[in-house]
Design a protein around this ligand. Sequence first.
Ligand code: RRO
Length: 312
Amino acid sequence: TTLTTTIGGRTFENCMMNAAGVRCQSDEDLTTIINSNAGAYVTKSATPQQRAGNPSPRMKTLPKGCINSMGLPNNGLDYYLNFVIADQQQRPDATNFLSIAGTSLADNLSMLHQIQDSAYEGFVELNLSCPNVPGHPQTGYDFEQVDTTLNQIFDFYTKPLGVKLPPYFDLVHFDQIAEVLNKYPLTFVTTINSIGNALVIDPQTERVAIKPKGGFGGIGGASVKPTALANVRGLALRLNPSIAIVGVGGILSGEDVFEHILCGASMVQIGTQFGYEGVNLFDRLSKELDDIMALKGYHSIEDFRGKLKTFD
Ligand code: RRO
C-alpha cells in the first residue's frame, strides 16, 4: 500500500503532516519535521513582524485534548519565508505550507505581496481562524469579509493558496462559506482550527485554566474529532472538486486518519497529539493506517477517499 496523496498537482509521499502552531515555530522544529516521516510541514502562522504572543500560562493539556490562547507568537514573515525558500533550494521537488495570519486585511495583503514577489513556489495556508488575538474576530465567521479578502488577494496573487477555516456548526453556514470559497481559484482548504473561545476551569482552585482573555481559549484534540469530521464532510460535499480538503482535528490514531479521508480529506494535519508525541507520531500513524488499508484491501487513499456511506 501507499500513503501518497496529491493536492493541486503536487505529490506528497505521506498524507500526514503537522498542523500549524504546534512544534513548528523555530527552524529546529521545522528541520525535525523535514527529517521525519511526515509528508510535508506547515510553519507557525506568521505576522509581518515577530510577536511574543499572550502571557503565560497560555496552554493547558486536558484529559481529552488541550486549550490554548497562545496569541500568535511567531518569528515574523521574513524568518519563515527565508526558511521555506532555503528549503525549496535544497529540496526542489518537495512542497510545503507557509502559514500566514495577519491581524488585518492590510497585513494579509502586504504579506501576500511579499510572497508573490519572492522565489517561493510552495503552498500558502492563509489562516482566517485565529481565535486568540484580543480585539480581532475570526475572519472565517464573517462571510462577507472572507469574500472581500479573497477578492482582493486574487487580484494579484497567482501562487497556490489555501485557507484555514474555523469550525462551523450550522449546515446553512456550510452552504454560505462554500458559496464564497467556490468563487475563487483556491488550491485547498484546511479544516478545522481549534474550537474557539471555550472555557476550562478548575473546581478545586475555582480558577480558569489559562491566563489570557479571562481563561477563554481554543480547544483541540480528541474532543473535537466529530466537529472536524463534520466540517471535512460538509465542505467536501459543497466545494468545487478542484479545491482539495486538508483535514485537521482529533487525530490520535491511524483509524482517525482513515475517518478523515473517508469524509473527503486528501491530506491530514495533526496538532495536539503531535505536541504530545513529537515526530514519532508520523511513524506510528502511518503503520496504523497502513494496517487498516491492508485489512480492507485498499492500495491507495484514493480507493476510499470521500466514499463515506450514509443510510440514504
Ligand atoms: O496562536 C494562537 O493562539 C492560535 C492560532 Br494563530 C490559531 O490559529 N489557532 C489556535 O488555536 N491558536
